[in-house]
Design a protein around this ligand. Structure first.
Ligand code: NAI
Ligand code: MG
Length: 335
């Protein structure tokens, strides 16, 4: 996902959204501003409040802002999340959903030795949501797997492994039952793998993977899988490392990329200034790598890790009593 640094100035679309989305975004911009990189932030509106104000949860101006930018930072939307984030992914053809699963200190992680990436296909599979009712009490859903989309995501996973010093990619499927769709996925995986002889391969059934994630999470490096399985395993991954406040994600397309925390607008704590901004900041780390600012990414990642290690200034979800901006300032001081 990383490119080499190509620009002196970056146009970043900033869509804070609703609730704590705004709070964690403010904290993250505060920290990004201290990196000495020339960012031109262009703010866009989306979400529940935007719907109330403008009649649309995702105005076309916001889509244009995202389209024109080098990358987008997205906070969280509330009840309109599906209309906002799913629509952005579709409109921008963001085919890869990346969910890192990494254990940080002083968190409820199941093991200290967890650090893998889930690369989820984002455009087809079960989530084309092509459903129809065929009787009063029955329904059919179609699941689509195409060579084009699967080759693209599997290549993405191998390239990610190569660029991030990972030595193995694991394909996850259910080809013993879904012989045609997942049979094809598995076949393509091993075809593509031939182009990456330096990367080891393995494939597991999704049900077994669900168990291995608990029993041997340290053996995974990069997982590549189809849409629905990726969605489910990602949330299992979140549970593995404990705490929504720490989990970032990326949505990558050919011409657009969006970085967002996995959590939502958290109405129960919104407006109090106590949300954990780290998931949003780690999303910004992924953005920095995407635009090729690897050194800045390492600095920000390192500062966050230091704050978590020292455990003096932590938000409530991590057992501390610091505010969102106090944590942001602590990260900034450690850059
Ligand atoms: P949520 O992620 O907003 O909150 C779940 C629980 O985790 C809450 O108790 C919340 O306080 C806590 N939490 C989440 N992020 C935190 C953080 N950074 N620091 C500290 N605590 C944190 O999910 P929930 O409650 O299911 O949904 C709330 C709203 O968010 C809904 O309207 C939902 O539609 C929306 N949502 C939006 C998403 C998006 O924009 N991508 C994703 C998930 C939910
Ligand atoms: Mg999900």
């Amino acid at each position: 996902m990383s490119t080499s640094k190509t620009k002196d100035k970056y146009k970043i679309a900033v869509v804070p959204g609703d609730g704590i989305g705004r709070e964690v975004m403010e904290a993250t911009i505060h920290v990004l501003d201290a990196l000495g990189i020339d960012f031109d932030y262009v703010y866009g509106e989306a979400g529940d409040e935007c719907l109330e104000k403008t009649g649309s949860a995702l105005p076309s101006e916001t889509l244009d802002i995202i389209r024109d930018a080098d990358a987008c930072l997205f906070g969280a939307a509330g009840e309109t999340a599906a209309d906002v984030i799913v629509k952005i992914r579709q409109e921008m053809k963001m085919f890869a959903n990346l969910r890192p699963v990494k254990a940080y200190p002083h968190t409820n992680s199941l093991s200290d030795d967890i650090d893998f990436m889930i690369v989820r296909e984002n455009t087809e599979g079960m989530y084309i949501a092509d459903e129809e009712s065929y009787t009063d009490n029955g329904a059919i859903a179609r699941r689509i797997i195409t060579r084009e989309a699967e080759e693209r995501i599997i290549n993405y996973a191998f390239n990610y492994a190569k660029e991030n010093n990972k030595t193995k990619v694991t394909a996850v499927h259910k080809a013993n039952v879904l012989k045609k769709t997942d049979g094809l996925f598995k076949e393509i995986f091993y075809e593509v793998a031939k182009d990456y002889p330096e990367i080891a391969t393995e494939d597991y059934y999704v049900d077994a993977t669900a168990m291995y994630l608990i029993t041997q999470p340290e053996t995974f490096q990069v997982i590549v899988t189809t849409n629905l399985f990726g969605d489910i395993l990602s949330d299992e991954g979140a549970g593995l490392v404990g705490g929504l406040g720490l989990i970032p994600s990326a949505n990558i397309g050919l011409n657009a990329a969006l970085f967002e925390p996995v959590h939502g607008s958290a109405p129960d704590i919104a407006g109090k200034g106590i949300a954990n901004p780290i998931a949003m900041m780690l999303s910004a780390v992924m953005m920095l790598r995407y635009i090729g600012e690897n050194e800045a990414a390492d600095r920000l990642d390192g500062a966050i890790l230091k704050v978590l290690n020292e455990a003096n200034i932590l938000t409530g979800d991590l057992g501390g009593s610091a505010t969102t901006m106090q944590l942001a300032n602590e990260v900034k001081n450690n850059l």
